[in-house]
Design a protein around this ligand. Structure first.
Ligand SMILES: *Cc1c(COP(=O)(O)O)cnc(C)c1O
Length: 595
């Protein structure tokens, strides 16, 4: 039965382990999911015939509690799936070990600016026909061990392709894997090609046909960040694998060798398992995709160094402009810039908007943020004081505490150059001890600096709070350790709201930065260099940050406010008009989907 969703011919299937669509739906943990949601919104705006697939997480991503000293504890999020999603009738089953796991799908329709809709399906294993352990596979996002995780990826990749087929999506010609978690979809496509030819084993022709359909976006700039699973997990999950991978076929043997990062061919997967080999999901996806890209130009350079054997291009990430522009700026753009939602490029004319109106819109956004701070913490921050924002997943390489390296220096800067305050937010992944230490360190500094430099840490960082912070501060701070921030997107949200960045020249900022025009850099430029050529130095980078703040940014904000507003307008016109998912999806269409 054709439904409203599949009555449109759809060509692109977008697979992502997490997709952020609504604040109250805990279907994401961070940047990857936010990017996926923004990608789908832009696809709907552009009337791109796309359909998207993810997994349902009944326990969601956790709710964050912070004690007096900043110790984080986590609780599951209760949410009613039926309040947000519509159940589909279709059922498919996926082989797992010697069982079959039955799956259903829940649909969410993302509506674009011109009314075109993109369906998003969340796969759900919580059905009475399934064993308890299987039902729980769509329970938690990044919750279980590595085997649990592999089984989740089986449901996403294999179950996702089967579900789309079952629901009548017969025109799909591109399968886009957003990160390696979805790489197993390629095995299902291979199996389908073999079956069409009346075989159970795959061969080189199947591989070529599947490669022509697959697009892979890698997001991780370090080898350790890529998903790997012991081969014995794979043989355990797929007891039938020996009928599928005929390693006497040269093309199949080569695919397996590459996906295992092996030096030599194995006669069979059992032997690979016995020698401790791992399946690397990134290598599997790289081997089976015609088009591969990193998420910023610098990340393309880093990825090509990591995977020299395949061509890797770059499409720089974006954010969905209509979603991340705060209400006061939406109203300003609606008055000043015709059709900016349909045509984000037209934001370039923000350069010609009356500066007083830009400043007034900013003051409203800043006031909204300060109200939220008061509701959450009881603290009333001074709205006249220069405010720095930092909201991100709390994890080592993002170095949320780089600015807190020397507290005496900070006190001095506030005395010499003008008052400032810092608003923080961010969750640490439950098992990230280093990330949790950073939150405690911020709480410690907050006590030590007390009135000299007010610091607040807002708990429960999510889409809604992210929107408030990125639009309500005067400066967006970004201090990742090069080259670990593949792209970063929160600074793009800030730019749309006229908030300039002070940032390490990594990820998108290596492209978005024009010194003193769109914001400011911290440290030196490593443009084009890879991780092996670069040695970062926390002390030197902290000093660079302090010196920009003391000598350039604070003096301009307090003494040359007109100049500051000009930078705000450049942030919108130069960066907001470009670092959005409308431009990004257009590049995916021309570079990846139509190729
Ligand atoms: C934008 C956003 C992110 C990603 O921000 P980065 O700068 O890429 O770290 C993560 N979480 C939430 C809630 C966001 O809104």
């Amino acid at each position: 039965m054709p439904t409203q969703a599949n009555s449109v011919k759809r060509f692109v299937a977008y697979f992502s382990m997490e997709i952020a669509l609504e604040n109250a739906m805990p279907s994401y943990s961070g940047g990857l999911g936010v990017l996926a949601g923004d990608t789908i919104r832009a696809a709907a705006d552009l009337r791109l015939p796309m359909v998207a697939v993810s997994l349902l997480y009944r326990r969601g991503f956790f709710s964050q509690h912070l004690s007096e000293d900043g110790t984080q504890t986590e609780e599951p999020v209760e949410w009613k799936v039926e309040d947000f999603l519509k159940e589909e009738n279709a059922r498919v089953s996926v082989p797992l070990e010697n069982r079959r796991v039955e799956l259903r799908a829940w649909r969410y329709m993302v509506k674009g600016v011109r009314g075109f809709e993109v369906p998003v399906y969340f796969l759900d294993a919580d059905l009475p026909a399934n064993a308890e352990w299987d039902r729980n596979l769509t329970g938690g996002l990044y919750g279980g061990d590595s085997y649990y995780r592999l089984c989740q990826e089986v449901l996403l990749g294999i179950g996702g392709v089967r579900m789309l087929r079952m629901m009548g999506y017969e025109d799909l010609t591109r399968y886009h894997m957003n990160e390696g978690h979805a790489a197993l979809l390629s095995l299902e496509l291979l199996g389908a090609e073999a079956m069409k030819a009346g075989r159970t084993a795959i061969n080189g022709e199947d591989i070529e046909k599947v490669r022509a359909k697959c697009v892979f976006t890698t997001h991780t700039p370090v080898p350790a960040g890529h998903d790997r699973f012991p081969i014995e997990y794979l043989t355990r999950v797929f007891p039938q694998q020996s009928k599928f991978f005929d390693l006497k076929d040269a093309a199949v043997a080569d695919l397996v060798k590459r996906s295992l990062q092996a030096e030599t061919n194995y006669p069979n997967l059992e032997e690979a398992a016995a020698s401790g080999a791992h399946l690397n999901m990134t290598y599997l996806a790289l081997s089976l995709s015609k088009y591969v890209n990193g998420v910023a130009k610098q990340h393309g350079v880093t990825s090509r160094q990591m995977f020299p054997e395949v061509p890797i291009e770059a499409i720089t990430n974006g954010v969905h402009a209509g979603t991340w522009t705060s209400p006061p700026f939406q109203q300003l753009f609606d008055r000043q810039i015709a059709q900016w939602r349909e045509d984000n490029y037209s934001l370039r004319s923000a350069l010609g908007m009356p500066p007083e109106e830009v400043w007034s819109a900013h003051l409203i956004a800043k006031h909204d943020l300060m109200e939220r701070v008061r509701e959450k913490t009881g603290l009333q921050l001074d709205e006249e004081v220069f405010t720095i924002g930092f909201a991100r997943r709390a994890t080592g390489y993002k170095r949320a505490d780089l600015i807190l390296a020397d507290l005496d220096r900070l006190r001095q800067i506030a005395k010499n150059a003008g008052q400032f305050q810092i608003i923080y937010a961010g969750k640490a992944h439950p098992n990230d001890g280093g990330g949790k230490d950073i939150i405690r360190h911020i709480f410690h500094a907050k006590k030590a600096l007390r009135k000299a430099i007010p610091i607040v840490f807002l708990d429960e960082y999510n889409l809604e709070l992210g929107g408030k912070i990125t639009s309500g501060v005067d400066l967006w701070l970004n201090t990742p350790q090069f080259p670990l921030e593949a792209s970063g997107t929160s600074g793009m949200k800030a730019a749309l709201n006229g908030v300039p960045s002070l940032s390490i020249l990594d990820g998108w900022w290596a492209e978005g930065h024009i010194e003193g025009v769109t914001g400011w850099s911290i440290g030196e430029s490593w443009r084009g260099l890879g991780p092996a050529d670069v040695h970062t130095d926390n002390t030197k980078e902290a000093e660079s940050l302090y010196s920009k703040l003391e000598n350039v940014i604070l003096p301009m904000f307090y003494k040359e406010p007109k100049q500051y507003v000009q930078i705000m307008q450049h942030a919108i016109a130069i960066n907001g008009s470009f670092f959005n998912t409308q431009r990004m999806v257009q590049q995916y269409i021309t570079d990846a989907y139509l190729r």
